[in-house]
Ligand binder design. Sequence first.
Ligand code: NDP
Ligand code: MG
Length: 382
Amino acid sequence: MKSIHLLGATGSIGEQTLDVLAKHPHEFHLKSLSYGKNTAKAIPYIEKFKPELIAVQEEKEAVKLKNKLTYRPEIVVGAPGLVTIAKSGNSSDVLVNAVMGSVGLEPTLEALKHGKDIAIANKETLVTAGHLVTELQKEKNVKLIPVDSEHSAIYQCLHGDPKEVDKLILTASGGSFRDKTRAELKGVTVQEALNHPNWSMGAKITIDSATMMNKGLEVIEAHWLFDMPYEDIDVILHKESIVHSMVEYIDGSVLAHLGTPDMRVPIQYALTQPNRLAISGAQRLKLWEVGALHFEKMDYERFKALRLAIEAGKQGGSHPTVLNAANEQAVAMFLADQIHFLDIDDFVERALHDHKGVTSPSLEEIMKIDRATRSNVESYIR
Ligand code: NDP
Ligand code: MG
């Protein structure tokens, strides 16, 4: 029986993780969970799994929760609450990090310090501070297991001598607007952007998929997870989202991972690897129903956010921190109807242009740069 701690339980990945745990009650035990503000959604899960420790974003949610529960778990609050969860339990436990945004960084570092393996969905953490996370991971000799479908695919296709790996090839569905030109994107609404053709996900990552920033964040994530230079990470368009990603070897062999677009598969694999648990027939891939698979060369001018992300990754230092914070802020402003869709890329570009880089930023510097970038981007509106 594996003990699990889950950050971001009320989110898209969080709920699918709970679904995996519920299907395998003899394999997994949920010791703690966190959520943000959605107490109404959290309560049925909490009553079902009865975790002994719960972290919520704000005090008022903690009070609401305490009054409604039929048992008395420990309840902790805010960013320190996430860290309390990361530190709790034993080093043989697994932390599933499925919060949205760079708030996931500190609990990741704490869990690594305590020797816990991490199933990581929260990509903003690796983007904002990949060097800190991977240094600590190596020092503590713990596993950082990818949940993101592309990275899970690569993780499963990597074999043998690392020197024989020529390239990682990430596939991109293209998001809600893949068939539109940049000119056609001018007046698109929040509702249109939230309408992803293949995946049902949280709001922020759905917008990131529409701008293609999501693929940019994933390139940076792949750079850190698999220790690959940016020059050897390619992105290709694949609108069906069936091939989740590929690894090309020096002899020209390409290994691909295929599956239905269902995040429960990579979530479950992250919790059981290198072993597997059976999944129902309904979730299995039926290639004859898919028929044809299509691939296209990526257009880095059309998808400007992807280009910005790769450039920031190559520049390194604090540039990815700025990229991530500017993007988080700009997407929040777009979702609040304060800016246009195309402003997102432009604001990120401006934030990167305004930034004087720091070579190897500490945690304190990263947090300071993250805050300053968000407030700069907020001021671009005025
Ligand atoms: P959601 O927005 O659906 O969920 C985010 C979760 O984090 C919710 O539980 C939310 O709580 C909580 N949360 C948000 N902000 C805070 C905060 N400041 N403090 C504490 N908790 C907070 O996101 P997703 O599940 O879509 O994505 C989560 C992460 O996984 C992201 O990094 C995303 O890029 C990555 N990812 C997601 C995929 C997907 O298919 N959804 C695929 C691959 C990666 P509440 O709602 O209660 O306020
Ligand atoms: Mg992905």
